[in-house]
Design a protein around this ligand. Structure first.
Ligand code: PRP
Length: 215
């Protein structure tokens, strides 16, 4: 019988998480639009929430673990959580993009859902920046005169292409990460068991891909 809960980010990464979850031998909790599944005999509990809310759920111990993209963790760098495992799934990149692929000449005006990531990136490059915080549809910003640059996630590249945008630079590469509540992690026991199980699957997949198999 399991007693711990894992918070999963909905959206882009959930299909990859489901594959990993099934490979670990846990049944995938099914339920039309249901977002909370208590722990059961066969698997840990599951909470499905928006990516940016996952660190908060783990920080507060609502879930002992969370699975979320590095993009979210970079944006919420002060969250009191432990990043314990790179799950090596849901790969994507954080990029700086614009209509003409040129590095900004003067101070850069950049629209992003990731204001902290954007500020840090330009600070590291010693380049002045004004960040326009948006919650979505970033690709519109250069077309409507809101900001000539965006910092956003690129997975297939389709969204950028569809909007005539080009990559200027890669800010970082991202994959999904397993994060843990510090107190639950220190207690060990079941949390150690969950971690070992997921790590074994990640290692098994890495092995298969090194041998030239499919992932
Ligand atoms: C991200 C990002 C782009 C899209 C890029 O949004 O903001 O819109 O994915 O993917 P692509 O390169 O495959 O086209 P996401 O789907 O995570 O949705 P969100 O706006 O709800 O965060």
């Amino acid at each position: 019988m399991y007693s711990l809960t894992i918070a999963l980010a909905k959206g882009r990464i959930l299909a990859d998480v489901e594959a990993l979850w099934r490979q670990s031998g846990w049944p995938w909790p099914n339920g039309e639009r249901q977002l909370w599944f208590p722990p059961s005999e066969e698997r840990p509990g599951v909470v499905v929430a928006r990516g940016p809310d996952i660190p908060k759920l783990v920080e507060r111990g609502i879930a002992s673990f969370g699975i979320v993209g590095r993009d979210v963790l970079e944006e919420q760098a002060d969250a009191d959580i432990l990043e314990v495992l790179d799950l090596d799934i849901a790969p994507c990149r954080m990029v700086l993009a614009s209509l003409d692929a040129q590095w900004p000449e003067g101070p850069a005006r950049v629209a992003s859902k990731y204001p902290e990531v954007t500020r840090r990136y330009f600070r590291r490059n010693a380049h002045p920046v004004e960040v326009v915080g948006l919650s979505g549809s970033l690709e519109l910003a250069p077309h409507i005169g809101l900001a000539p640059y965006i910092v956003d996630i690129v997975q297939t590249g389709r969204t950028l292409r569809q909007h005539g945008l080009q990559e200027v630079a890669t800010v970082f590469h991202s994959t999904a990460r397993l994060i843990a509540n510090p107190a639950a992690w220190r207690r060990g026991g079941e949390s150690e068991h969950l971690y070992d199980k997921l790590r074994a699957v990640v290692e098994e997949r890495a092995d298969v891909s090194h041998r030239g198999g499919f992932r």
